[in-house]
Ligand binder design. Structure first.
Ligand code: URA
Length: 237
């Protein structure tokens, strides 16, 4: 079953925008299973119902949607929270694409690039370490790490009795607070924060700026956009 409102069906099939599709419906130019439908609340099943516009069949290609969100701090990565906490679900277009789910997660206090898709296969590919997709973070940390400490992050640190995989790590600015760019190739719980804690420099601010070759770019905090063909090329999967 692939049910949705008729105007959404038309918009997703590329007939017209949602608003313009509503006008097409009320003006009697759309039929469902051969009957003119003028009622805006009408629901159709994209897998079963025959929809036509001006007598021509309208078909919804089975395509997936993937979006990137620039997550602000303060939102948890879940689609539903029983305790009513602010969640990323509030920031993405679930009305339009109800099957979206997050690919991995960012902590409540981490901001930056978070992907959502309705394509399970893509989600698996991006998360599985076998595909070696790096995730790049900018971390603001307490104090000034030595080159030896940075080298430890690169070669591996023991977390929960297991070494972290080799990471790329660059010290960008030194001071009372320092800034480090780190790219990791796994997704263990609170991994970046725990790696910095382990070398004695706790994280005070963390932002994910890239996944593979896909960067956050100029996307404003709290907003989202759909991935383009160039974005998929940058992900290289
Ligand atoms: N590592 C962390 O510690 N937190 C995140 O949100 C992501 C990676």
């Amino acid at each position: 079953m692939n049910e949705m409102r008729l105007q959404r069906f038309l918009a997703r099939a590329g007939v017209a925008s949602r608003r313009a599709s509503e006008e097409l419906i009320t003006s009697g130019r759309v039929t469902v299973n051969g009957q003119v439908v003028r009622e805006l609340g009408t629901r159709v099943d994209a897998d079963k119902d025959a929809v036509a516009f001006d007598g021509r069949a309208v078909v919804l290609e089975a395509s997936h949607v993937t979006i990137m969100l620039n997550k602000p701090c303060g939102y948890i990565t879940t689609m539903k929270d029983e305790r009513g906490r602010a969640s990323v679900a509030e920031l993405i277009p679930l009305d339009e694409y109800p099957a979206l789910f997050p690919i991995g997660r960012l902590d409540k206090d981490t901001s930056g690039l978070l992907l959502f898709t309705d394509d399970g296969e893509l989600g698996d590919k991006l998360l599985h370490p076998r595909h070696h997709i790096g995730k790049t973070y900018l971390a603001t940390i307490q104090g000034m790490p030595t080159q030896e400490e940075i080298a430890c992050l690169r070669t591996g640190i023991e977390l929960d009795g297991r070494m972290t995989a080799p990471a790329e790590c660059e010290l960008l600015a030194k001071g009372r607070l320092s800034e480090v760019r780190i790219q990791i190739f796994e997704g263990r719980n609170r991994q970046v924060r725990r790696m910095f804690e382990a070398i004695g420099h706790p994280v005070v601010k963390l932002e994910r700026v890239a996944i593979g070759g896909l960067s956050l770019g100029e996307l404003e905090r709290g907003t989202w956009r759909q991935l383009t063909a160039d974005d998929f090329a940058a992900l290289n999967i």
